[in-house]
Design a protein around this ligand. Sequence first.
Ligand SMILES: Cc1cc2nc3c(=O)[nH]c(=O)nc-3n(C[C@H](O)[C@H](O)[C@H](O)COP(=O)(O)O)c2cc1C
Length: 243
Amino acid sequence: MNDVIDVMLAHRSIRTYTDEVVPDVDIKAAVAAGQKASTSSNIQTYSLVHVTDSAKREAFIEISGGQEKVRDCGAFFVVCGDMRRHRLLAERCGSNCEENVESFLLSVIDASLFAQNMALAFESMGWGTCFIGGIRNDLNAVQALLDLPQSVAPLFGMTVGRAAEEPWPRPRFPVDTIIHENGVVADDDVLGQCDAYDELMKGYYLQRGASGRTWCGQMERFFEQPKRPHLLAFFESTGVRWR
Ligand SMILES: Cc1cc2nc3c(=O)[nH]c(=O)nc-3n(C[C@H](O)[C@H](O)[C@H](O)COP(=O)(O)O)c2cc1C
């Protein structure tokens, strides 16, 4: 359709990299492009930590549950929600900086839009990327490792580098499953759409040598237990109050 959409549609997460380092000029271009994402009221509540220290990169393997790509990729980043500028500005003028559910959502949304724009920019330059939610296994360890101050909250990592694999793109739901007109469809239709997606995914799983697997089967119990319940206390420790 056009070059931008072609890059977006060609996306697949890359988990195996060559040892090629991502040059600073490409990093700066991708970050600048990331920053052009829309940001609520121009608050820009995010920071990006480029982790270049090899001992820290090694430590991130254990934090993220054994994901060696955080060491082996060409560049590794931690995306943070960052309310510190706003807190410091408020303190400087004797005001308050209320970090509540809304400010938390704003910083997570802004940081995510920034990060996805940045990932897309890297992919447009021929680099592979993978988001790393695994760092949320232990955000206290991330905070200590990167010496992060109050109001700076690590959210997820991102590996970038030259692909050493050519994975099949993972199919998404058909567009009509996602678009709704003036409301959303009934529960029965939702379940029918999920079953239809399983049919679509059969070829993908077959190609990956997991022919019995289904998306519905994986999702049925995906949220059976609360995920990472320690996060509530962590984000409170960075200054968020859930009010
Ligand atoms: C916030 C976020 C966190 C993720 N965390 C991980 C991760 O820790 N490890 C990993 O290998 N992939 C991770 N992924 C990649 C997803 O598994 C991947 O995007 C999804 O399965 C769809 O596949 P695709 O990106 O190849 O289309 C993450 C993606 C997102 C958006």
